[in-house]
Design a protein around this ligand. Structure first.
Ligand SMILES: *Cc1c(COP(=O)(O)O)cnc(C)c1O
Length: 851
């Protein structure tokens, strides 16, 4: 039949356990396995069939099972304990527990976090990979910390695809329709008591989005849905899929996310004090905020000052092609009626995001985000460095070291990723309440040795057994589906050996991740895999974007090998990598392998999940591992360098990988004592936990975001409010004055140009500036110096020079004594930059005059 409406009807719940509903509607269960068990244990088969979704489960469970459970003492005890913890978590009394409110001073404030994807649980496929998992984990930790945080995104009715691998190793994508009545989300209600629907204008039409509210512990997530009746059929499809469709669909989705997202918050009566753009997809939100202020009577430049003062942009993409750009044709089509509302003409609007590509100028979302936020960061130290170089051209005249893009290294939400058995082990040997100390390195330093080797080994092997069983089941399902015979199917009952050294490799099949690096020298690999005394196996999993043909051919290659006589059982490929499978893989293999092309992995997080569960990483020194590796907590493939030639890089990295396998990893794993315990290996496991669990936790990460970015943004918002935009108005006028007079600025320097100096001696440097329309209050004159090599001079230090006097000829003189604090070759220069106490960051104007 043709469907008009769809309603989920729940059975009548026995009163004794009626809070199972409420619990189902808070994603808190996604990081509390004991809460999920309240559903799964009632009917494990149904639990599998409904994809671990408690809301669907409740709608389909046989009422009799609920009735029975309501009389079972054991079940009720579990139930009461979960409900008690849930209440304690959701409504902690002040001072009752460490997590009641980590930031009491932020009460009443709001931090808004925009992301195109959120990876919270496998039953909610609105994520594609690392970016989404990061957003999901960020929300969960914000909830744990009691941060006043709201997320904004999309509820894609079909989400990201479900991967199947057919008999020929070809990836097939299928999309399951997600029925929102079966999702743990409810329509968001506005202050007027009505469901919230917002609209945005697209070319020739208006489209509407309904807002759904999803609870992630104490954090609400507002998700937009365009699949509603007033919209034309094509618009109802608009948010159907994550990263599906062409550029038109993409720009439309981003308009709904950015512009619609701001309108959704307004309609809900939420006024954020801090704004966080997670990746460039949401950059239009800054335009919408400007538009709101222009409506209030500010000029665009004034509005921009307000907007940048309290917004942060996190970039994730070190590959230029990974940054979203749109053609001017598309911008004209979609924004022709919008730029006027900002008080801008077309050229001014385009200039905000102009980005030169080899084929011409494009409208770049990363550019736009960088220009319309005051604070920016990358997601690991190395990625910060790469981003500063990549976007240096936006701050012409600045050394890349000084480009205002910082970095906060990604982390993972500990309780979403720790295996229950490892959690229990930590509880026994570290502290029953160890979760409280997750990000405290001291805690881990002191206590990790308290875990007996034999216990860690036993627990790890238990996880390994659970993983192997899971993998066998999945492989059987997959091959039954493609129609293999019973003989072949029976083979999967023996697939993977729990006593072997098992490597895990799972991530998106993007080509830069080089999933097939291991196979560069098949002869050498064959030897590694065929030692009966020391069995070694590799498990692969991951999706390729449906439009990524090279990515899909990597899958086919690995699949074909895995089915070949020679590598069968030694190379295993699992289909449909998702959060559920990730939980098994990162705790049930022995080593986590990652070999991207440095420096293309902005951070990577799966290795952090693995390390938390005691799996050492064997990885390229890229992203987080460049910081995480300490020589004892895993292995580093290759060197800390980049190559010009990717072929040479792959050759060097694969040789290094084989060498590590042969000489270090395999021998260490199989070196056992009389009881079969590999003490040296366990030392590496413990070192991985000790060093990575605190440092790469989401707790450490969210706290860093809060102190470095959110708190200052909130402070700025308060100032904006108190000043009623007066400060920003003045700042905008000041910037306009500086910009229009900057070209007239002249700078002369007098100081020693060549020569030698003994450490402790000084040289006098003088500078004269001539100004028109600018005063000495508007500038800062700096002596910049640093180490130098033949080609490069580093701007390591920037010291303000002192204004001494106005000369007869009208120029202004500045002095300083340069006193090098180290021996060696140094270079120096003098520069002038605009200076104003209200700038969010020093180089904001991108104006600089060097002598
Ligand atoms: C953690 C995770 C990722 C990200 O892994 P990377 O190592 O950053 O590529 C992707 N997909 C799933 C399902 C994950 O759990």
């Amino acid at each position: 039949m043709k469907v008009y409406g769809r309603i989920t009807v729940f059975p009548i719940m026995p009163a004794r356990i009626n809070r199972l509903y409420e619990l189902a509607y808070n994603l808190w269960w996604s990081w509390h396995p004991e809460a999920r068990a309240l559903y799964s244990t009632l009917d494990p088969q149904l639990w599998e069939r409904v994809g671990h979704n408690p809301v669907r489960f409740l709608s389909e469970v046989r009422p009799q099972l609920l009735e029975e459970a309501a009389t079972q003492p054991e079940y009720l005890e579990q139930y009461d304990s979960v409900i008690k913890n849930f209440d304690f978590y959701i409504h902690p009394q002040p001072d009752e527990t460490w997590f009641s409110r980590t930031y009491p001073e932020l009460t009443g404030k709001t931090i808004a976090y925009f992301s195109a994807e959120f990876g919270l649980h496998e039953s909610l496929p609105i994520y594609s990979g690392g970016l989404g998992i990061l957003s999901g984990d960020h929300c969960k930790e914000a909830s744990d910390l009691g941060l006043p945080f709201v997320g904004v995104g999309f509820l894609y009715p079909q989400g990201y695809f479900h991967q199947r691998i057919n008999r020929d190793g070809v990836q097939e994508a299928s999309y399951d329709k997600l029925h929102f009545s079966e999702v743990p989300a409810v329509p968001a209600i506005g202050p007027d008591g009505n469901e919230v629907v917002i609209s945005v204008d697209l070319p020739g039409r208006r489209i509407y989005a309904k807002i759904w509210k999803l609870l992630v512990g104490r954090v609400p997530l507002y998700l937009m849905d365009t699949d509603i009746p007033p919209n034309a059929p094509s618009d109802r499809e608009l948010s159907a899929r994550l990263y599906g469709g062409d550029h038109e669909m993409r720009i439309s989705q981003e308009i709904v996310l950015g512009i619609g997202g701001v309108r959704a918050l307004r309609a809900l009566g939420i006024s954020p004090d801090a704004w966080h753009l997670n990746e460039g997809h949401a950059a239009f939100l800054s335009l919408e905020r400007c538009r709101e202020l222009v409506v209030k009577g500010l000029t665009f430049n004034e509005a921009r000052e307000v907007v940048i003062s309290n917004s942060l942009f996190t970039t994730h993409t070190p590959v230029p092609a990974g940054n979203d750009t749109f053609s001017y044709e598309l911008i004209d089509k979609y924004f022709a009626s919008y730029w006027g509302q900002l008080g801008l003409n077309r050229d001014q609007f385009i200039e905000l995001a102009e980005e030169m590509q080899s084929w011409g100028p494009m409208y770049g979302m990363t550019n736009l985000a960088l220009k319309l936020t005051g604070q920016h960061n990358g997601v690991s130290a190395l990625h910060g460095e790469v981003s500063r170089k990549m976007w240096q051209h936006l701050w012409s005249g600045l050394d890349s070291d000084e480009v205002p893009i910082g970095s906060i290294t990604n982390g993972v939400h500990t309780f979403s990723w720790i295996a229950p058995e490892i959690n229990e082990l930590f509880g026994r040997y570290l502290d029953p309440d160890w979760g409280r100390y997750v990000d405290d390195p001291e805690f881990w330093n002191e206590r990790i040795a308290q875990i007996p080797d034999a216990e860690l080994w036993k627990t790890h092997n238990l996880r390994k057994k659970i993983f192997v069983d899971y993998a066998r089941k999945k492989l059987k399902q997959q091959h039954l589906r493609v129609g293999e015979g019973s003989l072949q199917i029976a083979e999967f009952d023996q697939m993977l050996n729990p006593d072997a050294l098992i490597f895990g490799f799972a991530r998106r099949f993007a080509t830069y991740k080089r999933a097939t690096l291991l196979f560069r020298d098949l002869n050498r690999l064959r030897k590694i895999l065929n030692n009966p005394e020391k069995p070694v196996q590799f498990v692969f999993a991951g999706k390729a974007h449906p439009a990524d043909e090279p990515g899909k051919s990597l899958i086919k290659y690995i699949y074909t090998l895995s089915r070949s006589e020679e590598f069968r059982g030694k190379i295993v490929l699992l289909e449909n990598y998702d959060i559920d499978m990730a939980r098994y893989l990162v705790s049930g293999t022995d080593v986590w392998l990652n070999n991207p092309i440095r420096p293309y992995e902005a951070s990577g997080t799966s290795g952090q999940k693995a390390a938390l569960n005691g799996l050492p990483n064997c990885s390229i020194l890229d992203g987080w591992w460049d910081e995480g590796y300490n020589g004892k907590n895993g292995w580093a493939i290759g060197e800390e360098r980049e190559y010009h030639d990717q072929e040479a890089q792959a050759e060097a990295d694969s040789l290094s990988l084989y060498h590590l396998l042969e000489t270090e990893i395999i021998p260490s794993f199989f070196q056992r004592d009389a009881n079969g315990i590999p003490h040296q290996w366990l030392a590496t496991m413990k070192e991985a936990i000790r060093t990575c669990a605190p440092q790469f936790s989401m707790r450490r990460m969210v706290k860093e975001y809060t102190t470095r970015y959110y708190v200052p943004e909130i402070r700025q918002s308060l100032l904006v409010e108190q000043n009623r935009y007066e400060r920003e108005r003045k700042l905008a006028t000041w910037k306009e004055r500086i910009r229009s007079n900057w070209r007239s600025l002249e700078l002369y320097v007098d100081g020693q140009r060549n020569g030698q100096l003994s450490l402790g001696e000084t040289i006098d440097v003088h500078a004269w500036v001539r100004l028109q329309g600018i005063t000495t209050d508007d500038i800062s004159v700096e002596l910049v110096y640093g180490e130098t090599t033949d080609e490069l001079a580093h701007a390591q230090y920037a010291l303000p020079m002192t204004f001494s006097k106005r000369e007869q000829d009208g120029s202004y003189r500045y002095d300083i004594q340069l006193k090098p604090n180290e021996s060696g070759s140094i270079a120096y220069n003098v520069r002038v930059i605009p200076s104003h106490p209200h700038l969010t960051e020093k180089y904001e104007l991108g104006l600089i005059r060097w002598a």
